[in-house]
Design a protein. Structure first.
Length: 70
């Protein structure tokens, strides 16, 4: 599930970059914790999202942790 959420976030990132790659406003991404009931969103600028992904970190809402077994 976390992998699918990561793919969704990558699509959001790609679409946002097509609008304006230098835009420093926040974009809404989905939490990648992998919990089925999680509907949290995380607002980040594209540069911060890219930093997280370069570090191979999951994008998590505050207080969330990656679901074990993902």
């Amino acid at each position: 599930m976390s992998e699918l959420l990561g793919e969704v976030n990558q699509k959001i990132r790609d679409l946002a970059a097509n609008v304006d790659p230098k835009d420093d406003s926040s974009w809404e991404f989905v939490c990648e914790c992998g919990e089925a009931e999680c509907t949290e969103r995380v607002g980040l600028p594209l540069a911060r999202y890219d930093e997280l992904k370069l570090a191979d970190d999951a994008l998590l809402a505050p207080g969330h942790a990656p679901r074990s077994g993902n």
